[in-house]
Design a protein around this ligand. Structure first.
Ligand code: NI
Length: 138
């Protein structure tokens, strides 16, 4: 049986967001979402880790061409979210709070159709150096 290996690509984007419910008062939003609910938005330096798991190809010695993975991430994720206001500038978060949890699911769903089906994909997203999320759950 061929050996499966995990390969990782790290990417980065900056984006602004605001977490809130339009059905709540500013006070209730502040209570639930803290400073991330402040009305005038704020930015995060998001760090993204893309993990692809697959068999090592006998001819190339690669699981996946990392340049290709980088290009896919740029095309489907970075061009969409980098230097954007997630609430105002993206269709994905027009009606969904841009929490790290929701962002990581959206990024997975954007990339998944573009990664070969026999490979596994896992996304880790750092909203701050101390707060990060991962999807899907291992
Ligand atoms: Ni925030």
């Amino acid at each position: 049986m061929k050996k499966r290996v995990s390969v990782f690509r790290r990417e980065h984007f900056n984006a602004a967001h605001r977490l809130y419910s339009s059905q709540w008062t500013d006070e209730q939003n502040l209570d639930v979402f803290g400073k991330c609910s402040l009305p005038n938005y704020h930015g995060h330096n998001y760090e993204l880790e893309i993990q692809v798991v697959g068999e090592v190809d006998e001819k190339t010695g690669f699981v996946m061409d990392m340049k290709k993975l980088s290009e896919l991430t740029d095309k489907y994720v970075l061009q969409r979210f980098d230097h954007k206001n997630l609430n105002l500038d993206t269709v994905e978060f027009k009606n969904m709070n841009p929490t790290a949890e929701n962002i990581v699911i959206v990024i997975f769903e954007l990339l998944r159709p573009n990664i070969p089906a026999d490979m596994d994909l896992f996304i880790r997203l750092y909203e701050t150096p101390r707060n990060f999320v991962e999807y899907p759950v291992k």
